[in-house]
Design a protein. Structure first.
Length: 280
C-alpha cells in the first residue's frame, strides 16, 4: 500500500488510477507551490555536504527560473533531507522512499510526482556534486525544442570528463555504449551518465510503464528508458555536460567500479531479453 504525507498535515496519496502503476511506500513533503513547467529530480542517500553545496550552486545559478526541484531520498540519516535546509535552498518537494529498494525506485517516485502535478518534463541530476549545473539549462532548452529524451554526455563536442576512473571509462566505451546503441537504435556517446531529461509523455506511454516497483534494480530504470524511448520512435538527443570526479580520495558513488560494471552487464543482458518490458 502506498502511503503519503503532505507537510500541511493533510494526509494525501498520489492519485493512482492505473492498475499498472505500483509505487514503493513513501512520505511526501510539499514545500512550495509549483512555479515552473519542468521538475529537477535529485536522487540522494546520505550525500551530506556534497548535496548541500550542490543546492547552493543551483541557487546561485538560478535554476529555479527554469525548473522546480524535488529531492528523491532513499532514507538519508545525515541531515540531507532536513526540510528547513531544503526550503532555504529552494527545493519544492521532498519524497522519501520508505520501502526497501534502489535509486530506480527513488526516481520512480519523483517522476510520478511530476506526472501528478502537471509538469511537462523532468531533469535528473545526481546529488553528489559531480555534474556541471549549467547542463540543466541546456536540457530545459532541448525539452522546449520537443525532444523526449535528452542524454547528458561527457563525450560529445563541448562535453567535459574530468578524472573519470579508467575502468569505468573503458567499460562505457567498449561495452555499455556499443550494446545500448545496438539495443536502442540511437547512437549515444555516454550511456552511464544519469544526467538527463525526459518529456512527461514518456512516463504516460503504456508501452513503457516505468512505475513498476520491484522491477528495476540499482540504476536499471535509467538504462531501460535509454533503450526503450528511442526504440519507440521518440525524438532523442545528447547535450554536452561536465562530469568531474575528485582527483584523489573516495569516488562519490554508491556503487563500486567492479560491482557496478557487473551489475551493468546483468542489466544489459536483461534488456536484450526484454525482461524489463511490460508484460502483455
Amino acid at each position: 500500500m502506498t502511503k503519503g504525507i503532505i507537510i500541511n498535515m493533510q494526509k494525501e496519496e498520489l492519485n493512482i488510477k492505473n492498475k499498472n502503476i505500483i509505487l514503493p511506500e513513501y512520505e511526501l513533503y510539499k514545500i512550495s507551490k509549483k512555479r515552473n513547467k519542468y521538475l529537477i529530480c535529485i536522487p540522494v542517500l546520505n550525500e551530506g555536504e556534497k548535496f548541500i553545496n550542490q543546492l547552493k550552486k543551483m541557487q546561485e545559478l538560478k535554476v529555479n527560473t527554469v525548473a522546480d526541484i524535488i529531492m528523491c531520498d532513499g532514507g538519508s540519516t545525515d541531515g540531507s533531507a532536513d526540510i528547513e535546509m531544503l526550503e532555504k535552498y529552494g527545493v519544492s518537494a521532498l519524497v522519501i522512499r520508505k520501502s526497501p529498494g534502489h535509486m530506480s525506485d527513488q526516481l520512480m517516485l519523483g517522476y510520478y510526482y511530476a506526472l501528478e502535478n502537471g509538469y511537462e518534463g523532468t531533469i535528473t541530476i545526481d546529488g553528489n556534486g559531480k555534474d556541471g549545473i549549467d547542463g540543466i539549462f541546456k536540457m530545459a532548452e532541448a525539452l522546449n525544442e520537443g525532444y523526449s529524451l535528452i542524454q547528458g554526455s561527457r563525450y560529445v563536442k563541448g562535453g567535459i570528463a574530468i578524472n573519470t576512473p579508467k575502468l569505468r571509462e573503458v567499460a562505457i566505451k567498449l561495452i555499455h555504449v556499443p550494446v545500448v546503441n545496438m539495443l536502442s537504435g540511437f547512437k549515444y556517446t555516454d550511456t552511464t551518465n544519469g544526467f538527463r531529461a525526459h518529456n512527461i509523455e514518456v512516463f504516460k506511454d503504456e508501452r513503457i510503464q516505468p512505475f513498476r516497483y520491484g522491477t528495476f534494480p540499482t540504476y536499471a530504470l535509467i538504462h531501460y528508458l535509454t533503450v526503450k524511448v528511442p526504440r519507440l520512435g521518440y525524438k532523442v538527443t545528447e547535450v554536452p555536460v561536465l562530469r568531474q570526479y575528485p582527483a584523489k580520495g573516495k569516488i562519490p558513488t554508491k556503487i563500486s567500479p567492479v560491482r557496478g560494471n557487473i551489475d551493468l552487464i546483468k542489466i544489459l543482458w536483461k534488456m536484450f531479453r526484454k525482461e524489463y518490458d511490460p508484460k502483455e
